[in-house]
Design a protein around this ligand. Structure first.
Ligand SMILES: Nc1ncnc2c1ncn2[C@@H]1O[C@H](COP(=O)(O)OP(=O)(O)O)[C@@H](O)[C@H]1O
Ligand code: SF4
Ligand SMILES: [Mg+2]
Length: 331
């Protein structure tokens, strides 16, 4: 496994933001994490990458390529992450240094990983810029970030993220700031690179259509809890959790699954209310208060129900109820 999470608890000043009891990602697997804004996606992704701000307290177990990272010092973590994890952020404008030429920024990412001759590094920079399909890399490497379009800047960020040939690529809303056509191209690029280089992909987005475009597996996060997860076709076509169901119905785009189309293709139903702040979630199921299918039992945290092929959910009143389903841990 490239990523193994057990009993993960992420909190800020004693306030629990995210808990994940169990999540595995094998080499080359592509997992999309979806949920409304404020669900804890960024906090989870940055904690896995070892990039959460200092105020964040991370407990439990996060193994990257078999190595426990939780108790590492920042320096140990940076060293172990190098060559293992690449990260793409939402806003390349802020992630790139505006004062440094693009080529040098990619070169720095290569140098961090391994000492090489200047000629070697230059050749690798050109190779990376070609891999992310930037036109005329020779010319482009001499430009500054502000001389590039938003899509080109995101491609440079991707080149930096894959410079150390990571086994795991973490992308946090990498296309949210881009217009629709550029978004599609960037998603295709991330998908192709992940397949070509057998990189695990942890792809975070609030947009179901975007997650669908790049993922084989999907995890639905709400209130810092994994509500449903499994192969993407199962979760989208046969969603059990009422939050997943609500998220699909509220999706502003059309989500194509095989030959069927869900989301706006049927009827647009917004989810009532907003995601509460971390201290304000109700007792029991965190979706209580916004769920149209709440039962008295929902005041208790739902048990995890396991279905076939790793499909699992926690909900007391799922869309389909069957007697003989097992309960337990997803791992
Ligand atoms: N630096 C921070 N200090 C305090 N609370 C934070 C901080 N960053 C995020 N949060 C809170 O953690 C929760 C999850 O945030 P985040 O992971 O950014 O959600 P998402 O990425 O799903 O939109 C939110 O309620 C947010 O207010
Ligand atoms: S456990 Fe209850 S409140 Fe939570 S999603 Fe299911 S039905 Fe709704
Ligand atoms: Mg976020």
């Amino acid at each position: 496994m490239i990523l193994q999470i057990r009993d993960l608890s992420i909190s800020i000043r004693g306030q629990e933001i995210v808990t994940i009891d169990c999540l595995d990602l094998a080499a080359g697997q592509r997992l999309g994490v979806v949920g409304e804004s404020g669900s804890g996606k960024t906090m989870a992704a940055m904690s896995i990458a070892g990039l959460a701000p200092g105020v964040v307290d991370v407990k439990g177990s996060i193994r990257l390529n078999g190595q426990e990272t939780i108790d590492m010092t920042d320096r140990q973590l940076a060293a172990s992450r190098r060559g293992l994890v690449g990260v793409i952020f939402q806003d390349p404008q802020r992630a790139l240094n505006p004062m440094m030429r693009v080529g040098r920024q990619v070169a720095e990412a290569i140098r961090l990983h391994r000492r090489q001759s200047r000629a070697h590094i230059r050749a690798r920079v050109l190779e990376l810029l070609e891999q992310v399909q930037l036109p005329d890399p020779q010319k482009l490497m001499r430009r500054y970030p502000h001389q590039l379009s938003g899509g080109q800047r995101q491609r440079v960020m991707i080149a930096i993220a894959i410079a150390c040939r990571p086994k795991l690529l973490i992308a946090d809303e990498p296309t949210t700031a881009l217009d629709a056509t550029v978004q599609k191209e960037i998603l295709e690029l991330i998908n192709d690179l992940s397949v070509q280089h057998n990189m695990g992909l942890l792809f975070v987005s609030h947009d179901l259509g975007v997650v669908r475009a790049v993922s084989e597996y999907m995890a639905v996060l709400y209130g810092g809890r994994l509500m449903e997860m499994g192969p993407i076709g199962h979760v989208l076509e046969r969603s059990r959790h009422r939050y997943t169901e609500a998220l699909i119905a509220s999706n502003p785009g059309r989500v194509c699954v095989g030959t069927s189309e869900i989301g706006l293709g049927r009827r647009f139903i917004p989810i009532e209310g907003n995601v509460p702040s971390p201290g304000a979630f109700p007792q029991g199921c965190r979706f209580r208060g916004r769920c149209r299918h709440e039962l008295p039992a929902c005041v208790e945290e739902p048990r995890l129900t396991l279905l076939e092929d790793g499909h699992a959910f926690r909900c007391w009143n799922p869309t389909i109820m069957r007697e003989a389903e097992s309960h337990g841990s997803a791992c």
